[in-house]
Ligand binder design. Structure first.
Ligand SMILES: [Zn+2]
Length: 272
């Protein structure tokens, strides 16, 4: 499943194609994704792209005629095919750009999202968007805000940092990796973290996500970025998926537990 680094990589790759482009046509397969692709997207025909950004795992395309919000869901990826290039199976949405390649969303499992908003106000009121916590790589995510968010949460810290109200975009892989980097036991109650431990965790989340972005994200099953490359971060995972193998710090066997229904990996010696 694409996590934040994969979405950031995708956004950075499609941005040069989209910036300043005029949208000549909009095509959809007619199949529902997470929800139907509404007829509202047709309002984008003739629009000029002004800004491309990422918020949590959403890609936000601001144009002169409204905003396009896209989400890759479980299996989505973007391609930039040339004019006349045939569509592939599971292509569900396409922006045709004047004098440029097109942008296509391919989504095998169809949990992605394509949605039109008239303006930023309407987007801000969209419930899935309005409830989002701070961006992990942004200035709004600090040891202090993290400590404040965790103080009253008694569930395991691993689950707490995967809650998008605490911080957005820390998925299952990066939660395990960040807690290992911060030397914190994923099973500890979130409320038990001291301000100093929150400082370590905040720094670890930022570092791990930035590293993953530099390495083009992590590929497990279906993710490939918009240029067709696969992510390389998988080679750098220290605990995730490594149960029984040696901890890269101390050599003891990595253990795994299930927290909130998700596999969690940690070193019982290094993480307290
Ligand atoms: Zn260890």
């Amino acid at each position: 499943m694409p996590e934040l680094p994969e979405v950031e990589v995708t956004m950075q790759e499609i941005s040069p194609l989209l910036m300043g482009a005029t949208i000549e046509g909009v095509w959809s397969s007619g199949k529902d994704l997470r929800e139907p692709i509404g007829p509202g997207v047709m309002a984008l025909v003739g629009a000029r792209v002004l800004r491309v950004s990422r918020r949590a795992k959403f890609i936000v395309v601001e144009t002169s005629q409204g905003i396009l919000l896209m989400h890759l869901g479980m299996s989505g990826h973007m391609r930039m095919p040339g004019r006349g290039e045939e569509r592939e199976r599971h292509d569900h949405f396409e922006l045709q750009l004047k004098d440029r390649h097109s942008l296509r969303l391919n989504d095998t499992r169809r949990f992605g999202l394509v949605r039109y908003f008239r303006d930023l106000g309407e987007l801000g009121a969209y419930p899935a968007f309005a409830a989002l916590g701070p961006e992990p790589l942004g200035e709004g995510f600090t040891p202090r805000t993290l400590h404040a968010a965790l103080r009253r949460r008694h569930l395991p810290i691993k689950q707490a940092i995967m809650d998008s109200k605490v911080v957005v975009g820390v998925g299952n892989i990066y939660a395990s990796e960040s807690l290992f980097a911060a030397r914190l036991d994923p099973r500890r109650p979130a409320s038990s973290l001291t301000p100093i431990e929150c400082g370590r965790l905040c720094a670890a989340i930022k570092r791990i996500l930035a590293e993953a972005i530099r390495n083009n994200g992590t590929t497990f099953d279906s993710f490939s970025d918009a240029l067709g490359d696969i992510g390389h971060y998988v080679e750098q995972l220290r605990v995730y998926g490594r149960r029984g193998r040696a901890c890269p710090n101390c050599g003891r066997a990595i253990e795994s537990v299930t927290l909130g229904g998700r596999s969690t990996f940690f070193c019982p010696a290094c993480q307290r």
